[in-house]
Design a protein around this ligand. Structure first.
Ligand code: BGP
Length: 462
């Protein structure tokens, strides 16, 4: 639908930006931090690991000053579980506690609302060695960790996110399970344990800080059918249920999505559910939904002939399609980024509407952005007009979604500052702030404001 005039974004809208601990902090083994599974990551030759990243651990005050100068209203970051609890449980690391205390105080001193993710892909290595999410004891460890976070930071954090992209950890499990890729049956058991862990955190938060808000941060995307062929439409619905609604139905209603439960039964992948689990899940309802959105996906009916599963855009690390369920299709209407990711700004509007229609909870965009080969020009600046165009188009679609009735409370593009990509190193940059380092040469890690930084500053001010 077209509107004659759009309402401006509300005054209290949380214009922010995002990062995650292991991708930005560095200091991977300093001041008592324990290792996480991400510290085991051994990238191919010529791609950096996460050891130094953007050195935010040492440059935190400078980085918060840059956020303040930009005029950010919110900053979404994650806490490194193994910095706070080096073994994932037991002994607390006081210096880890201190770092996030300092960060929170610094943000609040500059009027920036902290939006805190409890767990963003970096499971403590010691817990992983004991079975990781396959083991039910990790649920207990997460509850203990959550309690420590609420006790130490609950007085200053109004927005908590439990687990980042639980759905991606199940759909693309390689990086989260170093050394061995679990079977699907095991993955859905891990998934059930993560549901329980989130539910425990939500329950604790509601008990300890009833005024605070807590929710999940899955990667949600509308799934399009390739054609109006009803078989494609069913495949698109099936994949949307498996990829998206399984996670949000649980977080919001505390129940397994009925189609997905049938799918799990058919495949023999249903998790072991113990007595009391469903009650716990039912009583732990999210207050809002964090949405990581990059692009939609388009699918066709499965051929079920052994060819449904393929590498996405030739990237062998991201497999798409599932035998007997759906196959990936090409959407001829969309462009791609330099890294082969689809760009679909209207898809953001579609996605927000679908989520809001289903759940009627406030939505907060916790990630969305453009990864590109940014370059420092001879004039000392980074002219990332393509990022400005990308964000401008997505912000406009968010505004349209709000006009459509969606209760959107904030927008945190990925990322505030350049950081290490999940598997494509440092050359894939997302930030408003350029960090002068490359894959192997750390240089001085100097911070340089990109053109998009000035554009976003002006946009927020307006
Ligand atoms: C999301 C993750 C982020 C971030 C982003 C960009 O899925 O939550 O951690 O990395 O994707 O992805 P990439 O770094 O692979 O380009």
């Amino acid at each position: 639908m077209h509107y004659k005039q759009l309402k401006p974004f509300p005054k209290d809208f949380l214009w922010g930006a995002s990062t995650s601990a292991y991708q930005v902090e560095g200091a991977f083994d300093e001041d008592g931090k324990g290792l996480s599974i991400q510290d085991l990551h051994t990238p191919p030759q010529g791609i950096t690991d996460f050891k130094v990243a953007s050195d935010h651990y040492h440059k935190m005050k400078e980085d918060v000053q840059l956020m303040a100068d930009l005029g950010l209203k919110a900053y979404r970051f994650s806490i490194s579980w193994s910095r706070v609890l080096p073994n994932g449980e037991g002994q607390i690391n006081p210096k880890g506690i201190q770092f996030y205390n300092d960060l929170l105080n610094e943000l609040l001193a500059h009027g920036i609302e902290p939006i805190v993710t409890m767990y963003h892909f970096d499971l403590p290595l010691e817990l992983y060695k004991k079975g990781g999410w396959t083991s039910r004891s990790t649920v207990q460890a997460f509850e203990e960790y959550a309690k420590i976070l609420f006790e130490n930071y609950g007085d200053r954090v109004r927005y908590w996110l439990t687990i980042n992209e639980q759905n991606c950890m199940i759909i693309h499990p390689n990086a989260m399970n170093p050394g061995k890729v679990p079977s699907q049956k095991e993955l859905y058991q891990q998934n059930h344990h993560m549901f329980l862990a989130s539910a425990k955190a939500v329950t604790l938060c509601h008990e300890m800080y009833p005024e605070s808000k807590i929710g999940p941060a899955p990667n949600i995307t509308a799934i399009y059918a390739e054609k109006c062929d009803p078989s494609d439409v069913i495949a698109a619905e099936d994949w949307e249920n498996i990829r998206c609604w399984l996670y949000l139905d649980m977080a919001v209603h505390g129940r397994y999505n009925s189609f997905v439960w049938s799918y799990l039964k058919e495949k023999g992948w249903t998790p072991v559910i113990e007595e009391g689990d469903m009650e716990l899940l039912k009583n732990a309802k999210a207050d809002f939904i964090g949405v990581n959105y990059y692009a939609t996906a388009t699918v066709a009916a499965s051929k079920n002939d052994g060819t449904d599963r393929q590498a996405r855009s030739g990237d062998q690390q991201i497999m798409v399609g599932e035998e007997g369920v759906y196959r990936a299709a090409i959407n001829p209407y969309l462009e791609k980024t330099e890294f082969g990711w689809l760009v679909d700004s209207i898809g953001l509007r579609v996605t927000l509407r679908r989520i809001y229609d289903r759940y009627h909870l406030p939505l907060l965009i916790t990630e969305n952005g453009l990864g590109a080969y940014d370059e420092l020009s001879d004039d000392g600046h980074v002219h990332d007009q393509y990022r400005i165009d990308y964000l401008e188009r997505h912000f406009h679609q968010a505004q349209l979604a709000m006009a459509d009735g969606v209760d959107l409370i904030g927008y945190c593009p990925w990322a505030f500052i350049d950081l290490v990509s999940t598997h494509q190193g440092y050359k894939k940059r997302y930030g408003f702030v350029y960090v002068d380092r490359d894959e192997e040469d750390l240089k001085e890690l100097k911070r340089i404001k990109k053109d998009s930084y000035f554009w976003y500053k002006y946009f927020i001010k307006q």
